[in-house]
Design a protein. Structure first.
Length: 420
């Protein structure tokens, strides 16, 4: 490796064991899932699983998860495990609401980012400067953020009109918008309930209907993060700190500086996700508002194999399952049981083709149980609907664990000059 290697981005060579799907194959898989979803909708009559409202709600719920995941991506690409995302999101919700109800929602957004960065600075000092175990530091940040915000709420929100020790006063809305003409037409097409056509209309319509300006900003941060991390010299140096910090230091990279920057940016993303929860998702701060979304964002990042595109897909999946709590949950989850059973059958066929007989048998048994569950019931308990996002998180991580590759030096202690 030479100095030019760090100064100029190079094309990444795929590993021997990598099996990345090409774009046409990926699009074919997505089309296949859409067709199966449409078939399940027709069989079950659960039109809500692809409705415009369902998709719009899913996008709104996916944004804070995706922002937390982006925060984890930046930190871990520099070699710092950020379990403290949940705490940084909590700080973002409180700071965003505190500033938002006094000086307006956009000021609240900025303060939410600052709140997340404050938590990130503490995490960076502990892990980078003092080499504290990353998991211990992250858990401490989460506990500290929870206690701090509860303490501050008693002095800032209690006694204020419409506020209390566990809730802030209402915050003005950032406003929403649709794509003129197109949103209404897609919604009308979705209500026709035609095979596949209405489902695609619902998917696209949900992405361009009732949008908050902050949603557009959050979505744009995904390709922007990819470009910065994989197409700039700054991003290459940052990623080198997460792969081999000793080699990076030997080529003149200030590893401490890049780790600090990555963790602070990470906290800013998490804080922005928290501000989104208190300002856009609901126009007030509520105690316990994050509800574990920082951890789910971390899971989305792992599911996405530490890549922005996969992270966005994972956030969308978790946001969709979370939205089932709000819109026709029991009926829609019952329909998704059938969809999952069919997808598992496809998985069995793939595993047999790959000659992985033991996993194929296990998957076939699970698929059969899902079919029996669907056929033997007409509904699912409300508790199952509430737990669905967390069940999906565990299921996805367990199925994808064998195909993941985190940065080589992720979470490992590093001292300046240790390679000498």
């Amino acid at each position: 490796m030479t100095t030019a290697t760090i100064a100029k981005p190079q094309a990444k060579q795929p590993g021997r064991g990598s099996r990345r799907f090409s774009l046409p194959v990926l699009l074919l898989i997505i089309a296949g899932v859409l067709v199966l979803t449409s078939v399940v909708r027709l069989i079950t009559g659960a039109d809500g699983i692809t409705s415009t409202g369902q998709m719009s709600t899913a996008l709104r719920l996916a944004v804070p998860i995706g922002l937390a995941g982006l925060g984890g991506l930046w930190a871990e690409r520099a070699g710092v495990v950020n379990i403290g995302l949940e705490g940084m999101m909590i700080l973002g919700t409180w700071f965003g609401a505190w500033a938002g109800y006094q000086w307006g929602p956009w000021t609240g957004v900025l303060f939410g980012i600052v709140g997340g960065c404050l938590g990130a600075i503490l995490h960076a000092v502990a892990t980078v400067t003092f080499n504290v175990n990353h998991i211990v530091s992250g858990v401490a940040i989460n506990i500290l953020a929870l206690g701090t915000t509860r303490y501050l709420s008693k002095f800032t929100f209690e006694g204020v009109p419409q506020g209390s020790s566990k809730q802030s006063p209402p915050i003005d809305s950032l406003g929403t918008f649709d794509i003129p003409g197109l949103s209404g037409w897609l919604d009308t097409l979705n209500e026709k309930h035609w095979f596949l056509v209405s489902d695609v209309a619902g998917l696209i319509g949900g992405l361009i209907t009732d949008l908050s300006p902050l949603t557009v900003v959050a979505v744009a941060l995904v390709p922007l993060s990819w470009w910065v991390l994989w197409r700039t010299a700054f991003g290459l140096r940052l990623r080198s700190c997460g792969e081999n910090p000793v080699a990076a230091e030997s080529l003149g990279v200030n590893v401490y500086k890049y780790k600090y920057l990555a963790v602070i940016i990470s906290g800013g993303f998490a804080g922005l996700g928290g501000a989104f929860l208190s300002i856009v998702a609901s126009n007030v701060y509520l105690d316990g508002q994050t509800a574990g979304r920082g951890y789910i964002g971390l899971a989305a990042m792992i599911f996405g194999n530490w890549m922005p595109g996969g992270l966005a897909l994972g956030a969308g999946l978790f946001g969709y399952t979370d939205s089932l709590n709000l819109r026709g949950g029991t009926t829609n989850v019952h329909a998704l049981i059938l969809l999952l059973a069919i997808l598992l059958v496809c998985g069995v066929a793939y595993l047999v083709w790959r000659r992985k007989l033991v996993p194929a048998v296990v998957t076939a048994v699970i698929s059969a149980l899902m079919f029996v569950w669907y056929a033997g019931t007409s509904d699912v308990p409300k508790q199952v609907v509430t737990a669905t996002p967390y069940i999906v998180t565990l299921l996805v991580l367990s199925l994808s664990a064998q195909h993941l590759r985190m940065p080589k030096a992720d979470g490992l202690p590093y001292r300046k000059g240790q390679g000498k």
